[in-house]
Write a protein that binds this ligand. Sequence first.
Ligand code: AMP
Length: 297
Amino acid sequence: MRLFKTVLEMSAFSKKARLNGKSIGLVPTMGYLHEGHLSLVKASIDSSDLTVVSIFVNPVQFGKNEDLAKYPRNMKRDLALLKKAGVDVVFAPEVSEMYPNGYITYVSPQGGLEGLLEGEIRPGHFRGVMTVVAKLLNITEPDKAFFGQKDAQQCLIIKKLVRDLNFKAEILILPTVREADGLAKSSRNSYLDAKERVTAPAIYKALQIAQQMINLGERNPAVVIAGMRRLIGCEKNIKIEYAVITDPETLQPVSSIDGRVLALVAARVGKTRLIDNILIDRKVGSHHRRKNAKTHV
Ligand code: AMP
């Protein structure tokens, strides 16, 4: 496994690989790797000749009062995990390499998605994400880039970035990897103390309640959201930032649950901010079948 710290080395490697007809898969991360990251790595290795994993805690996507300084880091452990997984290249630049003196160019989403949910609570976050992803795509020139559904809004925004700025990479979104009790794996889970770790799965349980209510025929999003809030409300150390039922593409709240919807939750467990979501496909057929079955009896 090669470790590159400069843009020059990384670009030269990708250029040569492409000249040799090799396909490249990119997995962008901020490090402190867990099985969620490793599922993306595996998908890349399975479908690309060469896999590049970037490890870069991107300061531009953190707000002033956010956790940039204390964001967990363990490069040694990350490198060991990636080597074991069979990764070809790790790209781990310093901040000054990505944003050298005199840096002035940023990519910002305009119109819609960025003002909602994460974008509303974390102003400038998606500008930071888009900028770094655009840079990583240019530097590594991947055929495919892999992202996790856990960051649903980020996935939608990156798909737009690639489409709008004509990047060549195909964007692949992989399912959320969870702990045995349902808590979505996250580098930030390491902030949770023992008590918080016990209550944190309420976020996923709330999403499951939403799914159950919808599967049982509930079509009013307000009723489903109230169910989600009730469940999380039982936990004293969790404060909801948002719990919503939205259109999966626009992230706008739906007025009635008629097809596929995305349920999203952001909450603070103690001081730790966690997000999670699930895509819910209303089982129109099964509900109607049950109704029809009753009529026939
Ligand atoms: P991060 O290091 O948190 O920036 O995440 C890097 C990539 O891993 C992003 O595409 C995330 O969406 C993805 N990711 C983070 N957590 C998970 C998870 N639990 N399951 C699947 N993908 C994840």
